[in-house]
Design a protein around this ligand. Structure first.
Ligand SMILES: *Cc1c(COP(=O)(O)O)cnc(C)c1O
Length: 444
């Protein structure tokens, strides 16, 4: 006998509060002592610990250089500057990502060409990306979205053919792999957030990694005035040493660096625990109609890193056309609060990318420095997958620890809703025209 759905007055599948299985990051005495050491030495604004963190991070990442930032947004900003982006240049970026992947391109006088995403990986679709290339394209921003590796083989092939720089935004996928090689080592440079909501969580912080000395030095020159000195070898840059070329001050707070050094030691092992838990969860749900996990399983050594944030594809046709709105409402009623439809809204639909004149050019910033007559915004029409992303995916629990009984309880909620879908059809209000949010961040 199937038990009655909680939304229709039945018992909840998840009764007790299981906050401990979601609590992240893991903070031990080692983190606390590292933080206290910074405070006791009044070393919050220094760079000694940061430089150690960078050396350890570069070793772990497998790149020649790592440069720490006060957040991921600034690391991405510096990566774009590092690639030489300037007035009138275009950078191709998937429309479905967090705004920080790309919005700061405007401050370089550059603009954004949006590409569509692949419906399975939810990362940039290489074919759509290629269609966006013009003679003004300088770079491509690849986002390993929701921990899924982007399809780097065709992306790099297209980029090299057109001599474009590739920047990887690894904010969702630190330590993840694509075909056995670490994310963040495919493009010319990678940048990532290490803020507390991410799987690699150290406080506010970001990291830029690269094998390219030129990009590294430009990134220093951009926002690290205190390191823009005789350590810089580039003759052109040297002339301006002492002041940050971008006019930004981007160094990492050393409380974050200290936490980062400790977190790095345990990160891979802790991510393996997350993957074990998530694999078990999806294994329990493998034959359940209406949903399948957003994940990579190519048998070639790709993985879901620390699985920031688990999502499922929703297949309403397997559930009699039940709306994702009603489906997720029923799952939440079973005791799983964070099961919601949609992800980041497609950026091309926001007025900042359409009408907003941010810098007083007298025209929208998106086209303020265009070199062509053709309006770059016109191509946004051609993004069908991004346009409807809100109705085809929903968020799932992000288990940090392998506790089979608890994971089974959560899985049983999804199974129960799927098995009883017919009872939900009669009161189904359908989906509203837009589902999604501009950001996920919930303040504590
Ligand atoms: C979080 C995030 C960023 C920005 O990082 P912050 O540390 O918050 O500045 C950039 N890109 C993506 C995809 C992100 O999720």
């Amino acid at each position: 006998m199937l038990s009655k759905l909680a939304i229709l007055g039945g018992p909840k599948s998840v009764g007790a509060n299981h906050d401990e299985i979601f609590s992240w990051p893991i903070i031990t005495d080692e983190d606390k002592e590292a933080v206290l050491d910074v405070l006791n030495r009044r070393a919050m604004s220094g760079t000694d610990i940061t430089i150690k963190f960078e050396a350890e991070f570069a070793k772990w990442q497998g790149t020649s250089y790592a440069l720490a930032f006060n957040n991921g947004t600034s690391a991405l900003h510096a990566a774009m500057f590092g690639c030489g982006m300037g007035i009138g240049d275009e950078i191709i970026c998937p429309s479905v990502t967090y705004w920080a992947s790309i919005t700061s391109a405007f401050s370089l006088g550059s603009t954004v060409a949006f590409a569509d995403i692949d419906p399975e990986s939810l990362c940039i679709d290489p074919a759509s990306m290629e269609k966006r290339i013009t003679r003004n394209t300088k770079a491509i921003m690849v986002v390993h979205y929701l921990a899924h590796p982007a399809d780097m083989d065709p992306i790099m092939e297209i980029a090299r053919k057109h001599k474009l720089k590739v920047i990887e935004d690894v904010s969702h996928a630190q330590g993840g792999m694509y075909k056995g090689k670490k994310l963040g080592t495919f493009g010319d440079v990678a940048a990532m957030s290490l803020m507390t909501g991410k799987s690699f969580a150290i406080g506010e912080g970001g990291m830029l990694v690269t094998n390219n000395a030129g990009i590294y030095e430009r990134a220093i020159a951009f926002g690290h005035y205190e390191r823009f000195d005789d350590r810089i070898k580039n003759e052109e840059l040297k002339k301006y040493a002492g002041l940050p070329l971008g006019g930004y001050k981007y160094r990492m707070h050393q409380v974050s660096s200290a936490v980062g050094r400790v977190q790095l030691k345990y990160y891979d092992e802790r991510c393996a625990g997350i993957r074990k838990s998530m694999d078990y969860f999806w294994e329990l749900l493998k034959d359940v109609p209406g949903m399948k996990p957003h994940r990579v399983q190519d048998g070639l050594g790709s993985n879901m890193a620390g699985w920031y944030i688990p999502y499922a594809h929703y297949m309403k046709e397997q559930l009699g056309g039940l709306s994702i709105t009603r489906f997720t409402e029923a799952v939440r009623a079973e005791g799983i609060n964070n099961c919601v439809p949609g992800c980041n809204n497609p950026l091309h639909t926001h007025p900042v990318y359409n009408t907003c004149d941010i810098y007083g050019h007298g025209k929208p910033t998106r086209i303020a420095n265009s070199r062509e007559d053709e309006d770059i915004r016109a191509f946004d029409k051609d993004l069908p997958v991004s346009g409807k992303i809100g109705t085809v995916i929903f968020s799932a629990p992000w288990f940090k620890f392998y506790k089979p009984e608890i994971i089974e309880e959560y899985a049983s909620a999804f199974r129960k809703v799927s098995e009883n879908y017919k009872e939900l059809l009669k009161d189904d209000p359908g989906d509203p025209p837009h589902i999604g949010t501009w950001h996920f961040f919930k303040q504590h």
